[in-house]
Design a protein around this ligand. Structure first.
Ligand code: PLP
Length: 381
């Protein structure tokens, strides 16, 4: 079959889809990897032991389809019932499930009704528009304020500012089928007050997902809103704060009717057994992780101060990364020069963040190496 013939076998929607752009996962060793918000500290020794102990003849069996034991442990932690929880193959899987479960596809992705609308702030997690596109849903990207804070309800009602490049008019839709809010914001890092989020949730008619991927590094979390409002779901992950990216475990907490709807459409065994074992053991050793949060936050504050002294504009962060505007040359050029010095940071080619670099908080030694490299680059320019 010709190349053109093969192309025609793929749905037009998929042919023109712009997929999610991953951060680089380098093939060479010895790089300082500050580009994908991974945790610099390993999982706790108890978690590693639990994973090793689970590697035996049981690998021939299917794991718990509902991750029952893990949901029970999480229910205790969040003071809710296992019926309020669904586990995913990373929270990414659940964000996709929510799009499929709560949003009507729309021909040519045109807004025909709020029922087919996926809404989110920009900048925020760049996966949301991709999920809407995969599903053939319409998108409403509304810009955050210039300092990446949330517009108030009155501002959202009125609509403000310029629409994002290629985006829809900058007007919030309180009836949108699905609204994603990244809190703390990514890639900005800014934390949002639960009281602000509550106002937004109260005004919103469709499902709201508060994506708290980075919340363990923040001052506040909004879990109580998922237990208070039936249309609000909180998304969490073991990837970032709990050093388990490799295992792919995330979860939603929300009203049991919404959670039950998502259980209906997930794969039967969507969370692998070793991931379930690792996440369960993680919950048994939270003290270890809380000590790591403290170290990461202390390094974040140190690095922010040092980079500020070197002429970077550093946005306040409540996450395990900082968004910075570098001096002298472009962000892309800084990224290239840092890579030459074996340090990976993230540059996003999106209009609202093109002038910034996102730097994951590593160990204190990694942060010191970054500052040294920045000084050398600045001195050589
Ligand atoms: C805001 C946000 N939400 C969710 C995720 C997905 O996390 P995971 O699928 O590893 O649980 C990420 C990962 O980068 C993220 O930045």
């Amino acid at each position: 079959m010709s190349k053109a013939g093969l192309k025609r076998l793929v749905r037009p929607l998929v042919r023109k889809l712009h997929p999610y752009v991953y951060g680089e996962q380098p093939k060479i060793k010895g790089l300082i990897k500050l580009n994908t918000n991974e945790n610099p500290y390993p999982p706790s020794p108890r978690v590693l032991a639990a994973i090793r102990a689970a590697v035996d003849g049981r690998l021939r069996l299917y794991p718990s389809p509902t991750a029952q034991a893990l949901r029970e442990k999480l229910a205790k932690l969040h003071d809710c019932k296992p019926e309020n929880i669904i586990i995913g193959n990373g929270s990414d899987e659940l964000l996709a499930l929510a799009t499929r479960g709560f949003v009507e596809p729309s021909p040519q992705s045109i807004v025909q009704s709020p029922k087919s609308l996926v809404q989110y702030f920009t900048p925020s997690y760049s996966l949301y528009p991709v999920l809407a596109d995969i599903h053939g849903a319409a998108k409403n990207a509304v810009t955050l304020k210039p300092d990446f804070s949330l517009p108030g309800i009155a501002e959202l009602k009125k609509g403000s500012g310029e629409p994002p490049e290629g985006g829809t008019p900058n007007k919030w839709d309180f009836d949108a089928a699905l609204t994603f809010v990244t809190t703390p914001n990514a890639p900005g890092g800014r934390g949002y007050k639960t009281s602000e989020l509550e106002k937004l949730c109260r005004a919103q008619k469709g499902v709201v997902i508060l994506d708290e991927a980075y919340v363990d590094f923040a001052n506040e979390n909004a879990m109580k809103l998922a237990l208070k409002f039936p249309h609000v779901i909180v998304a969490r992950t073991f990837s970032k704060a709990y050093s388990l990216c490799f295992q792919r475990v995330g979860y939603f907490v929300g009203h049991h009717d919404l959670i039950a709807a998502l259980h209906k459409i997930r794969d039967s065994y969507n969370v692998n057994g070793l991931g379930q074992a690792a996440a369960e053991a993680t919950l048994g050793d939270l003290k270890y992780y809380r000590a790591n949060f403290k170290k990461i936050i202390a390094t974040r504050e140190w690095l922010s101060r040092e980079l500020t002294k070197l002429g970077f504009r550093v946005l306040p962060s409540q996450s395990n990364f900082i968004l910075v505007q570098p001096p002298r040359f472009t962000s892309q050029e800084w990224q290239r020069q840092l890579r030459e010095r074996r340090i990976l940071v993230r540059w996003f080619n999106f209009p609202e963040v093109r002038d910034y670099l996102r730097i994951t908080i590593g160990t204190a030694a990694e942060a010191a190496a970054l500052v040294k490299a920045v000084r050398e680059i600045a001195a050589a320019s």
